[in-house]
Write a protein that binds this ligand. Structure first.
Ligand SMILES: Cc1ncc(COP(=O)(O)O)c(C=O)c1O
Length: 451
């Protein structure tokens, strides 16, 4: 590897070696055999330690929605670190966490204005599931213990999120720890009906009716909540079919089941509206978020709940006692809260969601121009997210996409792959010229892996 520029500060020097860090969701042996590093970032670009520019086609990990190195966020963190490094939020508080919650409650879809802070999307998913259980118990329906997820869903890696999640590889190693009382709706991936759809696919609204079957099987009185990603991201960008979420909402209402939207990826402008709930005009009872909340500069997640849920849980506890036995040491950490306030401010001032919506048509044309390239079997898009599905190499699933990923990186573009699906989700500050560049590099990489 080339020499690092000499930079002061922890983590800016040459790594001693690559062994100590057990890397998450990584083929550690393959990576450590030929490591690729990102040392710096600004705007739409990462820079390798050698100073090579890499266009960020994935907003980091679907999270740096306002672009890298935002001054407002950085300054808010530094200011806050000088003022108050930490204060507990158990039976105490600090001004910035209350401000962050109020600002966020103005930004979330109307009605979802009570905020519980976590440190990640995984914690937000578990928190949402626990709130759903606590709510039903508070209403005198403690028998509602079942949690319904969906095949191919990703709700993080905690035992709760994993159990309602539906990605086989994420569950198999830990089968012994899966929660009881869960079940799953069918996924909505149907390329045989919907391949190369632009925006929401036409076919598949009826897949939501599987909730009827689960109710018939288990009894509505045993079901607490349904949790879905309004647009399933991590599994490879599955856009909800037209009418699907509407039907899910109607069925949840019919059976008294809470509807949870996991908006960890779709929140903060990704689909051309502040939240997917805004884009689709459907309000869940509980909404989880993370990633874009602080523009990823400090870890933070949050759960927004309808006021009625909050008030019901509070009212069920005797006055003066703790109402929800749940929380994290760092729930509403001052640095994260300060970063969130700054990030929300950027979204509001720069109208990033509207910007994404305005660019959607251009982005859509660009990604669909990849149709016809070797092995491209589906392309789907909404807002500033797209999935490009490749035919796997016979007997060697994922290999083709991984090689495309490496080719893109080496040519100066960061993409994301799951299985043989490529995901693009650039920061919302992306310009048309960046989109053109992404398509140029990606198209060359796909062609180069044609065999
Ligand atoms: C929809 C969804 N939920 C939850 C998570 C987990 O978030 P985290 O990695 O911050 O725990 C993710 C992460 O990608 C996600 O996409």
């Amino acid at each position: 590897m080339a020499d690092y520029p000499s930079m002061e500060g922890v983590g800016m020097g040459r790594p001693n070696d690559f062994e100590a860090f057990w890397m998450p969701f990584t083929a550690n042996r393959a990576y450590k055999g030929s490591p690729r590093l990102l040392a710096r970032a600004e705007g739409m670009f990462y820079y390798t330690p050698e100073g090579r520019e890499v266009l960020d086609g994935t907003a980091g990990l679907w999270c740096v929605n306002a672009g890298h190195g935002r001054r407002e966020v950085r300054e808010a963190i530094v200011r806050q670190a000088g003022l108050l490094d930490f204060a507990p939020t158990f039976q105490l508080g600090h001004p910035v966490v209350f401000e962050a919650a109020s600002r966020l409650a103005e930004f979330t879809p109307p009605g979802l204005d009570r905020i519980f802070f976590t440190n990640s999307g995984s914690e937000a998913a578990d928190t949402a599931l626990k709130i759903a259980l606590a709510y039903h118990r508070a209403r005198g329906e403690a028998g509602r213990v079942r949690l319904i997820g969906r095949e191919r869903a990703y709700h993080g890696v905690s035992f709760g999120g994993m159990s309602v999640g539906g990605i086989g590889n994420n569950r198999k190693q830990f089968t012994a720890g899966l929660l009881p009382f869960t079940d799953h709706l069918p996924h909505t991936h149907a390329p045989e009906h919907n391949a190369f759809s632009r925006g929401q696919p036409e076919w598949g609204a009826h897949l939501a009716d599987a909730l009827d079957s689960l109710v018939a099987l288990h009894g509505a009185e045993t079901i607490a909540a349904v949790i879905v990603e309004p647009m399933a991201g991590s599994t490879g960008v599955l856009i909800p079919p037209k009418g699907y979420l509407e039907r899910l909402r109607a069925l949840c209402d019919k059976y008294g089941i809470l509807l949870i939207f996991d908006e960890v990826i779709t929140g903060f402008g990704r689909l051309g509206a502040p939240f997917a709930a805004d884009r689709f005009g459907i309000t869940p009872d509980i909404l989880t978020m993370a990633k874009g909340l602080t523009n990823a500069a400090v870890p933070m997640g949050a759960v927004a709940v309808k006021r009625e849920i909050y008030e019901t849980v509070l009212a069920a506890a005797p006055p003066g006692t703790i109402e929800l036995f749940h929380g994290y040491t760092y729930s509403g950490h001052p640095l994260a809260a300060a970063a969130a306030i700054a990030a929300i401010g950027i979204h509001q001032r720069e109208r990033l969601a509207e910007r994404a919506r305005a660019l959607e048509a251009y982005f859509e044309e660009a990604v669909h121009s990849l149709k016809g390239l070797p092995n491209v079997i589906d392309i789907r898009n909404l807002g500033l997210v797209a999935g490009i599905e490749l035919a796997p190499r016979p007997g060697r699933p994922t290999e083709r996409a991984v090689r495309v990923f490496h080719r893109c990186f080496d040519a100066g573009l960061l993409i994301r792959t799951t299985g043989d699906i490529i995901a693009l989700s650039p920061p919302l500050i992306v310009e048309r010229a960046h989109i053109d560049r992404m398509i140029e590099i990606l198209s060359a990489a796909i062609r180069a892996e044609a065999d």
